[in-house]
Write a protein that binds this ligand. Sequence first.
Ligand code: ADP
Ligand code: ADP
Ligand code: MG
Length: 665
Amino acid sequence: MFQKILIANRGEIACRVAATAARMGVRTVAVYSDADAHAAHVQACDEAVHVGGDAAKDSYLQWERLLQAALTTGAQAIHPGYGFLSENADFARACAKAGVVFIGPQAESIEAMGLKAASKQRMEKAGVPLVPGYHGADQSPDLLAREAQRIGYPVLIKASAGGGGKGMRIVTQASEWEAALASCQREALQSFGNDAVLIEKYVQRPRHIEIQVFGDTHGQIIHLHERDCSVQRRHQKVLEESPAPGLSEDMRQRMGAAAVAAAKAVNYVGAGTVEFIVSQTERGMDFYFMEMNTRLQVEHPVTEAVTGLDLVEWQLRVAFGEPLPLKQDQVSVRGHAIEARICAENPDHDFLPATGPLKVLRVPPARRFKPGPVRWDSGVREGDRITPYYDSMVAKLIVHGDTRTQALARLDQALAQLHILGLHNNVSFLRRVLHTPSFKHADLDTALIQREKENLFETQALSMSQAVAVAVAARLRAEMPDQVGWQDPWSKRNHWRMQGSAHRVWVWEFAGQRVETVLTTEVRQGMQLRIDNPSASFEWIDASESLQVRWGEHTWHAHAYVLDEKVHVFSDQGEAVCRWIDPLAHASQEGVASGHLGAPMPGKLLSYAVAIGERVAAGQALAVMEAMKMEHTVSAPNPGVVTELCFAPGDQVPEGAMLLQLKID
Ligand code: ADP
Ligand code: ADP
Ligand code: MG
């Protein structure tokens, strides 16, 4: 086995690879950018080499430097992780030339699958079923329009060089064709430096089901079964599971065989994923090849959970020249696994990526980077900052159970125990997705989030009285941080004032509402809490980390974190924020309409959708920004007239910087 490898990546995947390497006795070398000097992945490795500035293009994508770092430290192989250089054929070739093993397929296989159009031509020859469509080299507009007509609307235009859910346009009718093609080509050129497109029939109620494949240098290729990644937002995966619910045995076999055929057609070595789009009609399900990702995938732990295998170990063995550890018929699937991607983003704001400090990061009881009932793969620690330079996925929570129902219950519980404060994140949103009828009944397709939107956004899971009662308890606890255990009569909260009665009034803001609480403490009656109007007896107990709160007849557990004037409440029912309104503080500036439109996050300005002098309506799109691998539209908060555009397309814009000036009506 290798003695030392370099991990050419960051975040959770770098930590993940380091964990397996350590278990196998393989030394690891991390690389890091300025922004990551103290990152978890640097700590997780035996050595680390600084490779450049904050932006990925100045550090993690500087492949000459990474290769040099491997040579200098004596690393015999490079694990590229996913993203970054993992599908860069030039890098794979340069490694081979320098005598360093690239832990991945041959450069030729990466190239063959790199462009969606060319890979489909190849798959056609290999007899792998394709979505009806056009993937030719001729890109003349007339021909493309005719092809779209021939395929029949709705169609999907894709950037041939695309990835990460970018460069795709759904076109439902001929009249939309021209504008959609132009905007797809523009985005393709901007994001991938290549404006070639392909056209596919837009599959109705599609499911995304992919097959994990593995090849070795001895000519064997097998598959490790499927993952269903249909739950998506912006064409990007949110939840992934295995086995795919409702997939017939016959179809699983055929998909497995097609994936192996696809991999064989490009002499595939190492871990790869063949992605299929599955149509669901009354006649049944059909699958079509979509693309092959020639790397380890984000969601590989799902496969590890059901097969009991360590895919990174397999990658290292194969790269070292060993044959695959198992034959096809020795690979079996046990139970059900689901992965949730934990992202720094705001689901209520079109999944806008978020940056900031992880002021609180409390993780459920879980195994790290190892299959178990609950597994936590992350590259961040409490106190770390999520920076704008890389993508917004910060961790993954993976659960396993005997059945899908059990796995789902475990995931829900683990998400309830995952407390993140300091920046927007999708934890509560994920829980709501789990609770939708569609997900519960495995009625899956890529439009699930859209279809269930009433249940998913800006909902409040905790009742006002539950949240506020916990907030009151949390404030009391914060005022008496040094109290010992609740057995001590002197610190028993329900009698904490020994004489007469005491009266405390707090005003809170909960879900945009003003709530008044009055707490009365009497020696004999204990505490009485009035929340707005109803009044009931009130008790609370510190149970190590959590609080147990009783208000009237109802007792429940919650965690509460007091950060400045806010109390963040987490409980099994959901999370909520109560803001304490300090009567002495100055009136807030809220509601003052200003025409300064600030950038919602640091990023690149792609384009303005308006010109100076233009009159805009409230909600109208004003500018498009790109940050953390995603595009975001900034729209007008009020109607008005554009008086100034402050940046040029392509400019890097700091958070809060004025993007444009509106003269509000
Ligand atoms: P998947 O289908 O597995 O989600 P993607 O191509 O969307 O694959 O990207 C996989 C992961 O690679 C992302 O979640 C991200 O962590 C990482 N990644 C890809 N490109 C970049 C990049 N330019 N900067 C930072 N991270 C990246
Ligand atoms: P990327 O390289 O960005 O991952 P893919 O080709 O894998 O691009 O497609 C991403 C997602 O877009 C799929 O998972 C699926 O949800 C949707 N999609 C792709 N092709 C089609 C299609 N022909 N019909 C319907 N949805 C599709
Ligand atoms: Mg894909």
